[in-house]
Design a protein around this ligand. Structure first.
Ligand SMILES: *[C@@H]1O[C@H](CO)[C@@H](O)[C@H](O)[C@H]1NC(C)=O
Ligand SMILES: *[C@@H]1O[C@H](CO)[C@@H](O)[C@H](O)[C@H]1NC(C)=O
Length: 307
């Protein structure tokens, strides 16, 4: 069965692969925005479990255990935690699937550079106008049989009635980088679908998260949903954002560039078949610091109280 997303993207992408990941940690850290500190809003983490409050290199990530299915991908990925809010109680809504797609590989000139660190989305967005959907594609909807209500609300708000299957979010990352200064990156779509001078095209990374709202909120909702991102307000998804630190092994990152045409290609490498989860168990490497509790995270952010 093809999802709406499949139909929507089929004409746009060329050359693709995808990796599914399990969450391994929920914590109030962000080694990109707040390195060394426990003062972030809550994030949910996927990928190499080396990640702590400190920004790792690609080589350091490759010493970890991956929570994803591809043992050649030791990257780490994170997004703000999604909560079901019931009075004062905040309960994480876990994804049924968290997938990272790599798309438009036909157009890529280089693999992800080592130590590449990227952020997509706007963690302080408070309205649709703050979102830049034309670049990052941030959209929330009910997948499967809907109900479809994207034309009746902001596309980065949340659906106004219970999803028949999962609540889905997508987020596209920048796909142009300056290989000589990897902190400079942008979207080809912002430059007439070409990378600016001095930049090279990479595979286009996209998060696709299918949140299991039926498991978390069996009674469903009507009207503004009792759902909140750690970065935002109840009922809206504007502040959805994502972070990526490249941990792909060089051989597999190069193999990825061979994905062509419209079909999916599995990325194997020296560390194994791309669809075999590793035997190790990814876990928090710094369990005694920081917090996984929503209210405690607000205190540690210096806000205190409840929001
Ligand atoms: C991000 O959101 C803030 C609102 O908090 C807004 O002022 C800013 O312009 C947005 N950034 C972009 C790039 O749209
Ligand atoms: C983290 O926890 C460990 C073990 O409890 C402790 O020794 C260490 O000082 C803590 N680190 C920070 C930065 O608080």
């Amino acid at each position: 069965m093809r999802s709406f997303e499949g139909l929507f993207l089929a004409g746009l992408v060329s050359g693709l692969t995808v990796v599914e990941h399990k969450p391994f940690m929920r914590k109030n850290i962000d080694p990109i925005v707040f390195p060394g500190r426990y003062v972030s809003h809550m994030h949910s983490f996927y990928g190499s479990d080396v990640l702590t409050k400190d920004l790792p290199t690609t080589a350091q990530l490759q010493k970890g255990c991956p929570s994803g299915e591809n043992p050649n991908d030791l990257s780490v990925y994170w997004a703000p935690t999604l909560y079901y809010v019931n009075g004062n109680t905040h309960t994480e809504i876990y994804p049924a699937t968290f997938k990272t797609y790599y798309e438009n590989i036909d157009r890529a000139e280089i693999p992800f550079p080592r130590d590449l660190v990227m952020v997509a989305g706007n963690a302080s967005a408070k309205s649709q106008a703050d979102v830049q959907e034309n670049l990052n594609m941030i959209t929330w909807w009910c997948d499967g049989n809907g109900p479809e209500d994207r034309n009746k609300r902001d596309r980065a708000a949340l659906p106004l009635s219970t999803c028949s299957a999962h609540l889905q979010a997508i987020l596209r990352f920048p796909d142009c980088v300056n290989p000589n200064k990897i902190s400079e990156y942008t979207y080809a779509a912002a430059h007439g679908n070409k990378c600016p001078a001095g930049m090279k095209r990479m595979p286009s990374l996209r998060f696709s998260v299918r949140y299991n709202t039926r498991g978390a909120i069996p009674q469903g909702w009507k009207g503004v949903p009792p759902i909140k991102l750690a970065c935002g307000e109840i009922g809206v998804g504007y502040c959805f954002h994502g972070d990526f630190i490249n941990g792909w092994y060089d051989d597999a990152a190069k193999t990825m560039l061979q994905a062509k045409g419209q079909s999916f290609m599995r990325i194997d490498g020296a560390h194994g078949n791309g669809k075999t989860y590793s035997k190790c168990k990814a876990k928090d490497q710094d369990p005694n610091n920081g917090t996984s509790d929503y209210h405690k995270s607000l205190e540690m952010m210096g806000k205190g109280g409840h929001s």
